[in-house]
Design a protein around this ligand. Structure first.
Ligand code: GLA
Length: 458
């Protein structure tokens, strides 16, 4: 039986953050919250941009989360407020259709995704009224999944306020699906780890069916997160969906080239399954079938035997309609290579050889190189930061999350952590006043945290 998210009884007065949020809630709404809900952000240790291709990824939850205080009522209205004054209040009726402004990354649109996901799952015509006060500690637009944590928190609290019970797996799947209302075609890693995480362990997340398996990280090393301070908001740009689309097209091209009917195939993992090939064989196939020069629409249409209209409606997303060039060889190479690195990372963790830390570090470094050179989802500041991290004592360092900005994650031998932090501080943060001002929340050690939960006041 799949487990439900835990409901924990908590002594609010003993927790400063909960106490403050409760007070803010009472001042704002003139009543006490009925319960709290939280969902963590995550750091992906390895397996970037492969979840939407059907391949397993290896993240861990971080301590930073999205927390909400909630009361349920019969007002017929959902009222939202955020402790961050940059995020304005919002109100929506419980009976009119929830409309999510696609490509508009305002904070409440993510919240609404979670509400809509639960509403659709149960066919609820009139949702419970709610007052919610949200407090987030996951740095936004930094690749640590603040937006998915908000969607997950919202999905969880909406289910609770409407007295609906769902397993963690079901919640993860609903939240992965409903976050796509915002316009990005995410793969499900972030929502899965937010619900399925457990304190003290990273997880191998597999899809179809969704499963999370513990991955014991080696003793003797710690993971340090460092923010490049370059903001990247997936929903505000088309970078992310362009990669999703390129992988989808590569899937069809590889299938077609090997005489497999491409019509039902959308993910690179599906061609591998259809061909019963190993990842190494898929890498060789990519070299054989796809050329490194960018493909034009015409060439793809000709190869697949589809019209330009079919191409636009069946393969492109709303925000990628204007694309004219597609790098298929490089993207597919990254995906199959990265999928293999994830499996290798897991098996090194499982077998725990003496040189584990070194081996995992190398895999992380190769992952970064592949993200930078083949998938082109890094940026100069992230590359510089990764470089500094390696020179400062990390055995492995790579961008984490969608990329094009955001954070790097580094694996650092425990005895070197202090000098590592000092050296990264001096080389990356202190020379730049903007970065220096953000350093406290930008450079920190992270241990595997627990998953989303409901908190009831004691
Ligand atoms: C974002 C998406 C995930 C995943 C990563 C890249 O975080 O939400 O589904 O694709 O980017 O690995």
């Amino acid at each position: 039986m799949a487990a439900d998210p835990p409901k924990l009884r908590t002594w609010i007065a003993a927790n400063e953050r909960l106490k403050k949020l409760k007070n803010a809630f009472e001042t704002k709404y003139g009543e006490s919250p009925l319960f709290f809900a939280y969902a963590p952000g995550r750091v992906n240790l390895i397996g970037e941009h492969i979840d939407y291709c059907g391949y397993s990824v290896l993240p861990m939850a971080i301590e930073q989360n999205i927390l909400a205080a909630v009361s349920a009522n019969s007002s017929g209205v959902i009222q939202l407020a955020n402790t961050n004054p940059q995020y304005q209040d919002f109100k929506v009726s419980c009976t009119t259709e929830i409309v999510i402004d696609r490509g508009n990354p305002k904070w409440y649109n993510y919240f609404l995704c979670g509400v809509k996901g639960i509403q659709e799952q149960f066919g609820i015509t009139s949702l419970a009224g709610m007052c919610c006060f949200v407090d987030g500690t996951v740095p936004p637009s930094s690749g640590l999944s603040s937006s998915s944590a908000l969607v997950c928190c919202s999905g969880l609290l909406t289910a609770e306020a409407n007295k609906k019970s769902l397993s963690k797996v079901a919640l993860a799947e609903i939240c992965a699906k409903c976050e796509r209302y915002i316009g990005t075609e995410g793969g499900g890693m972030d929502q899965s780890i937010s619900f399925l995480a457990e304190q003290g362990t990273a997880k191998l997340i597999e899809f179809q069916p969704l499963r999370a398996t513990d991955v014991r990280l080696p003793d003797g090393a710690m993971f340090v997160i460092s923010n490049s301070c370059v903001e990247m908001n997936k929903a505000a740009s088309s970078h992310y969906n362009i990669r999703v689309v390129e992988c989808r097209i590569a899937t069809k091209m590889l299938a077609q080239a090997r005489g497999v009917d491409p019509s039902g195939l959308l993910k690179l993992s599906q061609v591998q399954t259809a061909l019963k090939a190993s990842l190494e064989e898929m890498l060789a196939l990519v070299d054989e079938v796809l050329h490194p020069e960018p493909y034009t629409r015409e060439e793809i249409c000709r190869f697949l035997g589809v019209t330009s209209e079919q191409f636009a409606t069946e393969l492109l997303s709303a925000n990628t309609q204007i694309l004219t060039q597609f790098k298929l060889h490089q993207r597919a190479k990254h995906v199959y290579g990265e999928a293999a690195r994830v499996m290798r990372f897991k098996s090194v963790c499982d077998s725990g050889p003496a040189e584990s830390v070194q081996l995992l570090g190398e895999l992380m470094n190769r992952s970064h190189a592949s993200c930078r050179d083949l998938y082109e989802c890094s940026c100069p500041e992230l590359d510089q930061l990764v470089d500094i991290c390696l020179k400062s004592g990390a055995v492995g360092s790579r961008l984490t999350g969608a990329g094009w900005g955001g954070c790097a994650v580094s694996m650092v031998p425990t005895e070197k952590v202090e000098s590592f932090l000092q050296s990264v501080r001096e080389a990356y943060y202190l020379p730049d006043p903007r970065r220096a001002a953000m350093e406290k929340q930008s450079l920190f050690v992270s241990k595997p945290g627990g998953g989303a939960a409901i908190l009831l006041a004691d």
